[in-house]
Design a protein around this ligand. Structure first.
Ligand code: HEM
Length: 476
C-alpha cells in the first residue's frame, strides 16, 4: 500500500505514546502540524492515529468522504466498562445510530426550534438575568443552572420530578464521571485489562467504572419513569422525548408495527442531549463573557446595537434577530475565538483509504484539530484578537460554524439549537448588564493564559476550582 502519512519516529512497543499529549491537547497537535504538515501519523499500542491540522484536510477527509469516516474510535473505559456506548456521540455508525440521527434531524431543525422552544430559551435567559441581579458573584453556577434547566425542559418537559430529584444536578454528576472516564486509561490502550477482577490490586478503574455505570443506569431509569408519569398525567411542557413518543404511538396505531427499537432510540438520543449540549453551550457563553470584559469596546458597540433596536422598555426577543448584524458577528467570533470542543469528537475510519498519496488504514482514529483553524492567520487575521468586524467586513470569510460543530455524517445535530440559545442569552445579558473584570485580575494577554485546552477548552479562572463550582450548583 502507499506510504503512511509523515509523523514523529515511533519506538518499538510503545510507538508514539511519548508524543501524545496528556493536557493542553491541541497545542501539541498544532506543533505536530507545524512539523509534519496537514496530516500527521502516530501509532500507540492497539491504535493508529492521524491528526489533521487544516480545514482543507478535515473537509476533504471527514466531509467529502463522510461515509468512510463515520465511526467512533473504541474506548474501553467509557464505552465498555461505564457502558456509555448507547449515547449518540459515542455510538459506532451502526443502524441504531442512524435511527438517532433520523429522529434528531427534524427535531433539532431551525424551524422546529424556533417554533417550539423560543419561549423556553427566553425564560432561561430571564432566569439567568434574575440570578445575576440576586447573586452576581455566582454567575458561573447560575449560567450552568439556567442552561441545564432549559436543556432538560426541552428534552423531558421538566427539570425535576415529583420526588424532588433534580435532573440538572444528577446530569452534572454524570458529566463529571464521563469526563473522568474519557481522560485516558491504560485499559483504553490494552482492552484486555477490562477482564481484570474488580478486587484485583490496581483495579480501581473497574470499581470506579462500576459505580459510574450504576449512577448512569439509575439516571436513565429515572428519566424514563418521569416522562411516562408526566405523559399519563398529561403534565409537563412539550419536549423532544414526548413529541417523538407520541408520533411513534400514532404510527403504531396506524400500522400495528413493533416500535420498541424506535422507542429505545428516542430515550437514548434524548439522554444524549444533556451530555452533548450543556458543557459545550456553557463554554461558548463563558467565552463570550470573558471576551466582553477583555474587549470593552466590542461590548459597548454590541450594546449600542441592542439599544437601537430594543430600547430599555422591553426585553429583547427573537423578532429582533434580523436587525442586529453586529450581535450575530459577536456570536460567530465567540465561537471562533475559543472553539468549545477544540479537537471535536474524534472519528474513526471504517475502511482503508488513500489521501494525497498517503495510506490511512481501516480503524484509524482521526483527530481534527479545529483550534488550529481558528488560529490560522491565513484564515483569520490577528487570530487571538476578538474582532467581530472580521465577519462584517469580509462576507467570504470561513464561518466558524463550518468547523466547530464537526464534520460529515457526525456533525453536531444541535448547532441551530446552540446558536439560538446563545443568541438570546447574549442579547439579554448585554441588554441588562455592563460586564467588567474585577480589579486586580491578571491581564490574560495571551491564549495560553486565557484557555485551558482540555477536551472541552474552557476559559481559565483564578478564583475557584471546578469541583467547587459544581458544589455551588448542587446547593443553589
Ligand atoms: C456551542 C455548543 C456546541 C458545540 C460547540 C458542539 C459541538 C459538537 C461537536 C464538535 C460534535 C462532534 C462532531 C463530529 O464528530 O464531527 C458534536 C456532536 C453532537 N452534538 Fe453538539 N455541540 C454543541 C451543542 C449541542 C447541542 C445544543 C446539542 C443538542 C442536543 C448537541 C448535540 C450533539 C449530539 C447528539 C452529537 C453527537 C452526534 C453524532 O455523533 O452523531 N450539541 N457537537
Amino acid at each position: 500500500h502507499p506510504p503512511y502519512p509523515p509523523g514523529p519516529r515511533a519506538f518499538p512497543l510503545i510507538g508514539n505514546i511519548l508524543d501524545m499529549p496528556t493536557e493542553r491537547f491541541v497545542l501539541t497537535y498544532s506543533k505536530l502540524g507545524e512539523k509534519h504538515g496537514p496530516i500527521t501519523w502516530l501509532i500507540v499500542p492497539g491504535r493508529t492515529i492521524i491528526v489533521l491540522n487544516t480545514y482543507q484536510a478535515m473537509y476533504e477527509i471527514l466531509e467529502k468522504r463522510g461515509s468512510k469516516y463515520m465511526d467512533r474510535p473504541r474506548a474501553a473505559m467509557i464505552q465498555d466498562l461505564v457502558g456509555m456506548d448507547f449515547i449518540t456521540a459515542l455510538r459506532q455508525g451502526d443502524p441504531i445510530w442512524r435511527l438517532h440521527r433520523k429522529f434528531l434531524r427534524p427535531a433539532l431543525s431551525l424551524d422546529t426550534i424556533k417554533r417550539n422552544y423560543s419561549d423556553l430559551f427566553i425564560a432561561g435567559a430571564h432566569q439567568f438575568l434574575e440570578s445575576l441581579v440576586r447573586k452576581p458573584e455566582t454567575f458561573r453556577a447560575s449560567l450552568k443552572r439556567s442552561l441545564g434547566e432549559t436543556i432538560s425542559d426541552l428534552t423531558y418537559g421538566a427539570h425535576k420530578d415529583d420526588k424532588g430529584n433534580d435532573y440538572v444536578v444528577k446530569q452534572e454528576e454524570l458529566l463529571v464521571y464521563s469526563t473522568l472516564a474519557s481522560a485516558g486509561y491504560l485499559v483504553d490502550l490494552f482492552p484486555l485489562l477490562k477482564h481484570v477482577p474488580n478486587w484485583f490490586p490496581g483495579a480501581q478503574f473497574k470499581r470506579d467504572a462500576k459505580s459510574w455505570r450504576q449512577h448512569m443506569t439509575d439516571l436513565r431509569n429515572l428519566m424514563i419513569e418521569g416522562v411516562q408519569k408526566r405523559m399519563e398525567a398529561n403534565e409537563g411542557r412539550s419536549c423532544y422525548v414526548v413529541a417523538m413518543l407520541e408520533e411513534l404511538q400514532k404510527l403504531k396505531d396506524e400500522t400495528g408495527a413493533d416500535m420498541s427499537e424506535d422507542i429505545q432510540a428516542v430515550y437514548d438520543s434524548g439522554f444524549s442531549f444533556y451530555q452533548a449540549a450543556a458543557d459545550t453551550t456553557e463554554i461558548a457563553l463563558k467565552n463570550f463573557l470573558l471576551a466582553m470584559t477583555l474587549f470593552p469596546e466590542v461590548q459597548a458597540r454590541a450594546r449600542q446595537d441592542i439599544n437601537r433596536v430594543v430600547g430599555s422598555r422591553r426585553f429583547p426577543d427573537f423578532g429582533d434577530q434580523g436587525d442586529m448584524p453586529y450581535i450575530h458577528a459577536v456570536l460567530l467570533e465567540s465561537l471562533r475565538w475559543n472553539p468549545p470542543a477544540p479537537f471535536i469528537v474524534p472519528h474513526a475510519s471504517r475502511e482503508d483509504d488513500t489521501y494525497n498519496g498517503y495510506f490511512i488504514p481501516k480503524g484509524t482514529m482521526v483527530i481534527p484539530n479545529v483550534w488550529q483553524i481558528s488560529r490560522d492567520p491565513a484564515v483569520y487575521e490577528n487570530p487571538s484578537t476578538f474582532n467581530p468586524d472580521r465577519f462584517i467586513n469580509n462576507p467570504k470569510i470561513l464561518d466558524p460554524r463550518d468547523f466547530i460543530f464537526g464534520f460529515g455524517r457526525r456533525a453536531c445535530p444541535g448547532s441551530h439549537l446552540a446558536y439560538q440559545m446563545m443568541w438570546i442569552f447574549v442579547v439579554s445579558t448585554l441588554w441588562g448588564f455592563e460586564l467588567e473584570r474585577p480589579e486586580g485580575e491578571p491581564p490574560l494577554d495571551s491564549d495560553i493564559d486565557r484557555f485551558d485546552f482540555g477536551f472541552l477548552s474552557t476559559p481559565t479562572r483564578s478564583d475557584a476550582t471546578l469541583s467547587q463550582e459544581r458544589m455551588l450548583l448542587a446547593i443553589s
